[in-house]
Design a protein around this ligand. Structure first.
Ligand code: UDP
Ligand code: MG
Length: 241
C-alpha cells in the first residue's frame, strides 16, 4: 500500500449506479496510470448505488490493492462524493473523473504536464459526445455562468481535472459546488488553467442529470458563488504588532 509520503496521484471517482462501467474503467485506468510511472491510488466513492456497484468494487479490490472504496449509505450527490474522496486521498495531486468513461484516462497525462506550471488544470470537452439537448444546455449554462460570475472557464462541468492537494485545505464544500471548483480555487489564489480533452459517449448506464434536475439548483449555486466572489474578504495590512 502507498504511504501518504509516497503516493503521488489520487484518482478520485464518484460512482452512482455505474456497475457495468467499473471493469472497463479499471482496465483503462490501469493501462494509462502504469505508463506514468508514478505511485497512485484509485478512490471510488459509491454515492448510494443500488445496482451492486459497491459489491463489484469489493471484488475488484481482491486483485487490485490500489483500489479504495468509500461507500455512502445513501445518495448524497457528486459534490459530497468528491468531498469524501478528497478527505481520504493521500496523493500530492488529486485527479477527478467520471466513472462512465466519458472522460478518457489517457488524457490524465495532458493534465499532469500542465501541473508543472499550475495548481489546477481543468479539462475542456471541446468536442462533446452527448445528446444535442445536453450539448446546447451546457453551452448556454457555461455562457451564463461565465457572464454572471465573471469567469472564463469554457467547460466547468467536465469532471476531468487535476488539483494540488493543498487546493482543498481551506475550502468548505457545499452541494453543487463541484461545478465551481475553478472559481473557488482562483478565489483561494491558486493558478488555474484549461486543456482540451477528448469526450466519449456513455456506453453503459444512464446519465444522472437532465435539464430539470440541474437548471434550477445550479442557477441558485451560481448566485451563491457570485455573492461569495463579490463579498470575498480582502485586506492589506501595513503594520501588525
Ligand atoms: N454521480 C454521483 N452522484 C450523483 C450523480 C452522479 O456520484 O448523485 C457520478 C456519476 O456516477 C458519474 C459522475 O458523477 O461518475 C457524473 O455523472 P453523469 O455521468 O451522470 O453526468 P453527465 O456526464 O451525464 O453530466
Ligand atoms: Mg457522464
Amino acid at each position: 500500500m502507498n504511504s501518504p509520503e509516497t503516493t503521488e496521484l489520487s484518482i478520485v471517482i464518484p460512482v452512482y449506479n455505474e456497475r457495468d462501467n467499473l471493469i472497463p474503467l479499471e482496465d483503462k485506468l490501469e493501462t494509462e496510470l502504469q505508463k506514468l510511472k508514478l505511485s497512485y491510488e484509485i478512490i471510488l466513492i459509491d454515492d448510494g448505488s443500488v445496482d451492486g456497484s459497491s459489491q463489484l468494487i469489493i471484488s475488484m479490490q481482491k486483485n487490485n490493492p490500489r483500489i479504495r472504496l468509500i461507500q455512502f449509505g445513501h445518495n448524497h450527490g457528486q459534490s459530497a462524493a468528491f468531498a469524501a474522496g478528497f478527505k481520504a486521498a493521500k496523493g500530492k495531486i488529486l485527479v477527478t473523473l467520471d466513472a462512465d468513461l466519458q472522460n478518457n484516462p489517457a488524457d490524465i497525462s495532458l493534465l499532469l504536464d500542465e501541473m508543472q506550471n499550475f495548481d489546477v488544470v481543468c479539462g475542456w470537452r471541446h468536442k462533446r459526445n452527448d445528446p444535442w439537448i445536453k450539448k446546447i444546455s451546457s453551452k448556454i449554462g457555461n455562457a451564463v455562468r461565465n457572464k454572471l460570475s465573471q469567469e472564463d472557464i469554457a467547460d466547468t462541468g467536465c469532471s476531468l481535472k487535476a488539483f494540488r492537494r493543498e487546493c482543498f485545505d481551506n475550502v468548505k464544500l457545499f452541494k453543487g459546488m463541484h461545478r465551481f471548483f475553478p472559481t473557488l480555487m482562483k478565489m483561494e489564489g491558486f493558478r488555474v488553467t484549461q486543456v482540451k480533452v477528448s469526450h466519449h459517449p456513455r456506453l453503459y448506464g444512464e446519465s444522472k442529470y437532465n435539464i430539470r434536475n440541474r437548471l434550477f439548483s445550479s442557477f441558485q449555486d451560481l448566485m451563491a458563488i457570485r455573492w461569495m466572489k463579490k463579498r470575498q474578504i480582502n485586506y492589506d495590512i501595513i503594520k501588525e504588532d
